[in-house]
Design a protein around this ligand. Structure first.
Ligand SMILES: *Cc1c(COP(=O)(O)O)cnc(C)c1O
Length: 453
């Protein structure tokens, strides 16, 4: 039995897998809020590179990964698939637990996979500066890392709550040459409007997105980049699942359960879409696919499947997705990357059509699993990734009861080295669980845009 399954450099997938080619039903189209008509390529041109727009709308099943992108990916890919043997023993489970580890990229998470691709296409088109938002700081640092490689400037609006919790993420971005400000700032109309109403706000991803989109629209030769949610981002992450399938084959295993945490849905899409491809084609119908989210921001488990904005100010296209309402500001939980009101339209549609199960957990139980995992396997997981661990642990304990010998595979989307203050809060018993904020969500869901298509 192998405990670490590694692939050669030349086994990085040569193509991304585009699930839009296989879905029985595609999501309803995104809507331009100015015209209330479906978004066309021209609507996106002011802020996205042409090739990324093509990928966003493509229904081609496989899209070639440029050689330059694959070459940069070799710095940390293919990523290892580990067997969590000591965790299995600790849980006394009859299940086997494997995890795909995306924490080996220089910024420490899966987000580098799409940052490299996005910056590559922008650089090729002559764009000189990219504006973005970041929650926990993982996306901002991934983009800073990638812009540095290609020689572009990088401007990051970081959600204030995380900015205060994680000062080292900002320094990491600055080390890679980026500028990073706590959002809301007074540098954009969107930021100023929020500050006027609520000067002490901890911010949200929805607000920071408004600021970055406005920045990109107003600055010469600046584009915007998003680290999750969009189709092309989910696409770029499918290297994760394709590699995982190859590694499981080497281990002579078949996944019974595939688990990932879901904030905007990209690392989940990355590992899950190739498995869902096999479900749709009938090759492998009975793999259970599980998305895990925080109870304080329960988009898939408690949200509405409806048209909504991706940001607070209503600048982004209106997307058909699971949402808690674009005005919803989630409680300041420590999984900053999971504090998003919406969900990738592709993940949302697949959930609506029954391909995905969703579960939610409170942060104390999540950190309990994270600490147990670190004790067994050594790796200190990002709090976001720890949601997937908690779900894997629960599945393994179920197997212990039933005696089933399931193979459980989860995505460990990143390490938690910049999240030690969250671990400190947990270890000293100061981590707070938030009840499902039903009233806030009801209020914000009353404010969805009205779309007739
Ligand atoms: C950003 C982030 C997430 C959540 O984003 P998704 O798009 O849902 O993947 C999860 N894990 C880590 C480590 C992250 O940085």
């Amino acid at each position: 039995m192998k405990s670490r399954i590694i692939l050669d450099e030349d086994e990085i997938p040569k193509q991304w897998y585009n699930i839009q080619a296989d879905m029985p039903n595609l999501p309803k189209p995104p809507i331009n809020p100015a015209t209330m008509k479906p978004v066309g390529p021209d609507d996106l041109k002011p802020i996205f590179a042409d090739e990324l727009i093509r990928q966003e709308m493509s229904t081609k099943k496989y899209i070639d990964i440029p050689d330059e992108v694959r070459e940069i990916l070799t710095q940390y890919r293919p990523s290892p698939l580990y067997r969590a043997k000591r965790l299995e023993e600790k849980l006394k489970t009859t299940a086997k637990i494997y995890f795909k580890y995306e924490g080996l990229s220089p910024p420490g998470s899966h987000k580098a996979n799409t940052a490299i691709a996005q910056v590559y296409y922008n650089a090729k088109q002559g764009i000189e500066r990219i504006a973005t938002e970041t929650g926990a700081g993982q996306w901002g640092s991934s983009l800073a890392y990638a812009t540095q490689i290609f020689g572009l400037e990088c401007m990051v609006y970081m959600v204030r709550g995380s900015y205060d919790q994680k000062p080292y993420r900002k320094i990491m971005m600055e080390t890679w040459g980026a500028q990073c400000y706590p959002s809301p700032t007074d540098m954009t109309d969107a930021g100023r409007a929020v500050l006027k109403k609520n000067p002490d706000t901890a911010g949200s991803l929805g607000i920071a997105i408004s600021e970055a989109v406005e920045d990109a629209a107003k600055h010469e030769n600046t584009n915007y980049a998003l680290g999750s949610v969009l189709n092309h981002v989910c696409l770029h992450q499918t290297v994760i699942g394709q590699e995982t399938q190859k590694q499981l084959e080497i281990a002579e295993e078949k996944a019974d359960v595939v688990i990932a945490c879901a904030g905007g849905g990209s690392n989940f899409a990355g590992i899950a879409f190739p498995f869902i491809r096999d479900q749709i084609s009938g090759k492998d119908r009975d793999t259970e696919i599980v998305a895990v989210e925080p109870s304080a921001c329960p988009t898939l488990t408690k949200g509405l499947y409806a048209y909504d904005f991706g940001d607070v100010a209503g600048l982004t296209p209106i997307m058909m997705m699971y949402t808690l309402g674009h005005a919803f500001i989630p409680p300041a939980i420590h999984s900053g990357g999971l504090r998003y009101h919406g969900m990738a339209p592709l993940v949302s549609k697949l959930h609506a059509d029954g391909y995905i199960n969703a579960v939610s957990y409170h942060q104390n139980e999540v950190f309990e699993s994270a600490v147990m995992f670190a004790g067994c396997e050594g790796i200190i997981p990002a709090p976001e990734s720890a949601h997937a661990i908690k779900a894997a642990v629960d599945k393994a304990l179920e197997c212990r009861k039933t005696g089933e010998e399931k193979t459980i595979v989860f995505n460990l989307s990143g390490h938690g080295h910049f999240d030690l203050s969250s671990y400190q809060a947990f270890l000293s018993g100061k981590l707070q669980d938030y009840e499902y904020p039903a009233d806030l969500i009801r209020e914000s869901l009353a404010d969805l845009p009205k779309v007739e298509v």
